[in-house]
Design a protein around this ligand. Structure first.
Ligand code: SF4
Ligand code: SF4
Length: 347
């Protein structure tokens, strides 16, 4: 009897090993096209485990977290498979069967279940009150409070008094394979903020997750609140924009606004996108993310950027930390994220 559910077994068995997905996979590309870091091999080894030709091992479980869930392989398979979803389902079904993810990944729920992510001084800026626009802090709150400081200042200029909500959205739980827990966290977030006039987030993944699960909620990306573009406000800046893999249009729109404001803005190539799934992969396979950071810095240097703008604030925090702490990665310009750039446009 196969290890996985009939549905997942059927999907895995339909893979014809053509490798079309490999050619769209950033992890494969960042590892010099090593077959062991590719969607085809993640599916192939899952097939062997499913047929019990090999047993589930710590190495196999860790191996399955090398995929960053960027979804760039979705839509390219000639037999209609979604490799990123198959990989994610394997993670989920392993957890359902009691196989513990790598310890660093298994520790995620404690970290992202929310609560108290604002730095203390902010709580006095805008006291809690119902019926106001509510800014949602996310998983980046503790590691990069400057995102929330900038976001709060920008929102006060745009909207006046706002409410600060401090619940993470749980999307990272999904990418770790904890589907049920993600739903629970999202439910709590929506319930606790149901009286808000509307919700505002600095993270496109958080916006996407809330819109998809609760289409009735009015949730807006922070940059979308800018009604007029301050023409000529930003001169002499040359941005390399790192898109959120699953919301590429957000990076395009930020680029257009910055260009209208007087800056030069370039979108990084697709394979240098960064999204919440990368945070999970970093915990299990930090080398994948180190290679991504090197690729981003090399690209920024090659195009002469003065600033690297990460559309996803959690990725901003993660890659900034990698660049700061790793030997041999140096970038002389600024690292930034949407809230800070919005505040610059408003000053
Ligand atoms: S989701 Fe991204 S990292 Fe994962 S297999 Fe697909 S292209 Fe590669
Ligand atoms: S493109 Fe589809 S069939 Fe080809 S290796 Fe990838 S998942 Fe398998």
């Amino acid at each position: 009897m196969p290890l996985f559910t009939p549905r997942l077994t059927a999907d895995i068995s339909r893979c014809v090993r053509c490798g079309a997905c490999n050619s769209h996979c950033p992890v494969y590309s960042l590892h010099s096209h090593a077959e062991t870091k590719s969607p085809r091999s993640w599916i192939k080894l899952s097939s062997s485990v499913n047929k019990k030709e090999i047993s589930v091992s710590v190495e196999f479980i860790e191996f399955m977290y090398g995929c960053t869930q960027c979804a760039l392989c979705s839509g390219v398979c000639p037999v209609g498979l979604d490799p990123s979803y198959i990989i994610l389902k394997v993670r989920k079904e392993l957890i359902d069967q009691g196989y513990v993810p790598p310890m660093a990944v298994a520790a995620l729920p404690e970290e992202v279940l929310g609560g108290e992510v604002f730095p203390t001084p902010l709580e006095t800026v805008a006291p809690m009150a119902g019926g106001r626009p509510t800014y949602l802090a996310g998983c980046w709150g503790e590691s990069t409070p400057e995102v929330d400081v900038a976001a709060s200042a920008a929102l006060e200029r745009l909207l006046g008094k706002i409410r600060l909500g401090d619940r993470a959205c749980g999307v990272i739980l999904r990418y770790a394979g904890y589907f049920d827990q993600e739903e629970e966290v999202l439910e709590v977030l929506v319930r606790e903020n149901s009286d808000a006039r509307f919700l505002v987030s600095a993270c496109p993944e958080q916006v996407r997750a809330i819109r998809e699960s609760h289409p009735e909620m009015d949730v807006r990306f922070i940059f979308d609140l800018l009604e007029e573009i301050p023409v000529g406000r930003i001169r002499g800046e040359r941005y390399l924009i790192i898109p959120d893999c699953r919301s590429p249009s957000v990076g395009e729109k930020i680029g257009e606004i910055l260009a209208a404001a007087g800056a030069e803005a370039m979108l990084a190539p697709d394979e240098l996108c960064c999204s919440c799934g990368h945070l999970v992969t970093r915990r299990a396979q930090p080398d994948v993310i180190r290679r991504l950071a090197v690729g981003i810095v090399n690209e920024a240097t090659a195009v002469g950027s003065s600033a690297i703008l990460f559309v996803n604030p959690a990725c901003y925090g993660m890659i900034s930390e990698v660049i700061r702490s790793a030997k041999g990665i140096k970038f002389s310009g600024r690292l930034s994220e949407p809230a800070e750039e919005l505040l610059r446009l408003l000053k």
